[in-house]
Write a protein that binds this ligand. Structure first.
Ligand code: ADP
Ligand code: MG
Length: 285
């Protein structure tokens, strides 16, 4: 949150100073520092994000929340090392990110991220083998361990087409966690699921986090999902994405849904995103 003006909402600013104080206690695991990202086509340059900064600490569930097209996926790709910033820097454990690596694994929204010719277990084993992280026997053992964690040990030998959308996402999560990345990156992983399955997956992700304590960078455009999944939520303005504010959502869970405090915070975030869109529409009219 450095370098950019912070959100004007007084209700949100106390959180910022608390987070800052906490941030000084330990070095951040992941630092996104003044990062601007662009797409260049022969005709034009599209700026996807503008000088975005945030720090993610070990075991954070850090959520990037913003409207469609504000550059969330692009930011995640940059953290993944697939896109280089045109400005600013991304650091993991203090070292600049310049390429993809097994320390950052992405779970996508699409159900077809699992090669269909491999069984569930083979899918989870594959990155472990391909990256030479483990030999065959240990990879199989670790795959089963994480499949068990997502409740799919019994489905180890079936093929992805025999699974529901939610189950496929569980396999993708098991596959990512099996690599024991420094940061788990998730790009709207539950957006294509029906509402009930989505709730269930959010619940399971939180239970999994309770058990494994991985560090999560999670992208969504759902305010509700952001508050439920995250302990910290960064608000991004519409295209090009800029940091607007950070909200402490540590106290919220699925049990908070519908409660007054939850609704109030969701409403404030909604107003901020809406205000921004409104201003944006006027500025570009
Ligand atoms: P989000 O994930 O928040 O919906 P994206 O990161 O996908 O947003 O996109 C941010 C902006 O960059 C959008 O305006 C989008 O149209 C543009 N964009 C995304 N991918 C490309 C690309 N491959 N080429 C050109 N522009 C792109
Ligand atoms: Mg996206």
């Amino acid at each position: 949150m450095r370098g950019e003006p912070l959100a004007s909402s007084p209700a949100l600013t106390p959180t910022l100073s608390r987070e800052r104080e906490r941030g000084q206690e330990s070095a951040p695991l992941l630092q996104v520092d003044g990062v601007s990202l662009e797409y260049r086509t022969p005709e034009r340059v599209v700026r996807a994000t503008h000088r975005v900064s945030f720090d993610v600490h070990a075991a954070d569930r850090f959520v990037l929340l913003g409207p469609s097209g504000c550059g969330k996926s692009t930011l995640l790709k940059a953290v993944g090392g697939f896109i280089a910033p045109v400005e600013g820097e991304i650091r993991l454990d203090g070292a600049r990110v310049t390429q993809p690596g097994p320390d950052r694994i992405v779970v996508f929204q699409e159900f077809d991220q699992l090669p269909p010719w491999k069984t569930v277990k083979q899918n989870v084993m594959f990155p472990l083998l391909a990256s030479r992280t483990l030999g065959k026997k240990d990879a199989a053992e670790r795959a089963l361990h994480y499949l068990d964690k997502v409740g799919l040990a019994k489905f180890a030998d079936v093929h992805p087409h025999q699974l529901s959308g939610g189950m496929k996402q569980r396999v993708a999560i098991a596959r990512a966690l099996a690599m024991q990345p420094r940061v788990l990156l998730m790009d709207e992983p539950f957006a294509a699921l029906d509402a009930l399955t989505r709730r269930k997956m959010q619940q399971e992700l939180l239970e999994l986090w309770d058990e494994v304590r991985f560090t999560l960078l999670f992208v969504t455009h759902s305010i509700e999902e952001a508050l439920v999944v995250g302990n910290r939520v960064a608000l991004l303005s519409p295209h090009p994405g800029r940091m607007r504010a950070e909200v402490n959502s540590h106290g919220f869970s699925l049990a908070s849904l519908g409660g007054a405090e939850f609704q109030g915070t969701a409403q404030r975030i909604h107003d901020m995103l809406f205000e921004e869109e409104h201003a944006h529409a006027e500025a570009t009219a």
